[in-house]
Design a protein around this ligand. Structure first.
Ligand SMILES: NC(=O)c1ccc[n+]([C@@H]2O[C@H](COP(=O)([O-])OP(=O)(O)OC[C@H]3O[C@@H](n4cnc5c(N)ncnc54)[C@H](OP(=O)(O)O)[C@@H]3O)[C@@H](O)[C@H]2O)c1
Length: 248
């Protein structure tokens, strides 16, 4: 049993990871901006497992000071944080040069700059403890530069993956482990509109089961679910641009 901090736990993948980790006996430190959602999730989790310890905090990850404050408060409350899942993210975006710098910047700040703040805050805790497991949620879109509405989003997720790889290289052979996950299409609030248009979409439960399995194994990196995304990642990485344009 361990204590797991999850950001962006109020919906989608974050909320489902909380449910599945709780069912495995872990305690939880959950944060997001919509605290009423977190309250309802805690009630649900403790309904199924009354002994589960679930601490909640309001957090806007784009507020740097708040990120450090909330992570430290969780560490103080639990004594030890064994794992941090940097999951909070945003799917907004528009083709570059079409007047929506605001949306692209919001995505860049939330998905990359705020992920950096969360990684800093988590690493402070892990370095002090001498151990811990950092999990960063990237995306299959990080495999290549992506066109149109996905351009900024994919760039942020490539950045997240590189932060994870840099840390993993630095910490190789130490008790601090780093995992990066590349989810494919998993049903959530972020992709409600995509849900009808792709046969590759899986349910939140199924997609998150693959995520939780990879996390529990402390894999260095994993495409989730592995099928079809692990083989597709090879195609995505190596396809010439004209083919890539047709695939996405
Ligand atoms: N679903 C997929 O198919 C898929 C695929 C690849 C990668 N991902 C990644 O998986 C992660 C989770 O996404 P999801 O699909 O579960 O989407 P979602 O249902 O929209 O959940 C996003 C979560 O992030 C939180 N969040 C967003 N902005 C925040 C902010 N400024 N401060 C704090 N929390 C914030 C939201 O909480 P509040 O609004 O309550 O703050 C919410 O809990 C994201 O990083 C996403 O990029 C998802």
């Amino acid at each position: 049993m361990s204590t797991i901090l999850i950001t962006g736990a109020s919906s989608g993948l974050g909320a489902e990871m909380a449910r599945q980790f709780a069912a495995k006996g872990h305690d939880l430190a959950l944060c997001a901006r919509r605290t009423e959602r977190l309250e309802a999730l805690r009630e649900e989790i403790q309904g199924a497992r009354p002994d589960a310890r679930v601490e909640l905090r309001a957090l806007d990850v784009t507020d740097d000071a708040e990120v450090f404050e909330v992570f430290r408060a969780f560490q103080k409350a639990f004594g030890t944080i064994d794992r941090v899942v940097i999951n909070a993210g945003l799917g907004k975006g528009a083709p570059l040069g079409t007047g929506r710098y605001d949306a692209n910047k919001e995505t860049a700040v939330t998905n990359f700059v705020a992920a950096l703040a969360q990684a800093e805050a988590a690493m402070e805790i892990f370095r002090a403890q001498g151990a811990g497991h950092l999990v960063m949620i990237s995306s299959m879109s990080a495999m290549r530069g992506m066109p149109k509405t996905l351009t900024t989003y994919a760039a942020t997720k490539a950045g997240v993956a590189h932060l994870a790889e840099g840390l993993r290289t630095e910490l190789h052979g130490t008790p601090i482990k780093v995992t990066v996950l590349y989810p494919g299409y998993i049903r959530s609030e972020m992709n409600e509109k995509v849900a009808q248009s792709t046969p590759l979409m899986v349910s939140t439960e199924k997609g998150v089961r693959a995520m939780v399995e990879a996390i529990e194994k402390e894999k260095a990196s994993a495409c989730v679910p592995a099928l079809p995304w692990a083989p597709l990642s090879v195609v995505m990485k190596h396809a010439p641009i004209p083919l890539l344009r047709r695939l996405i």
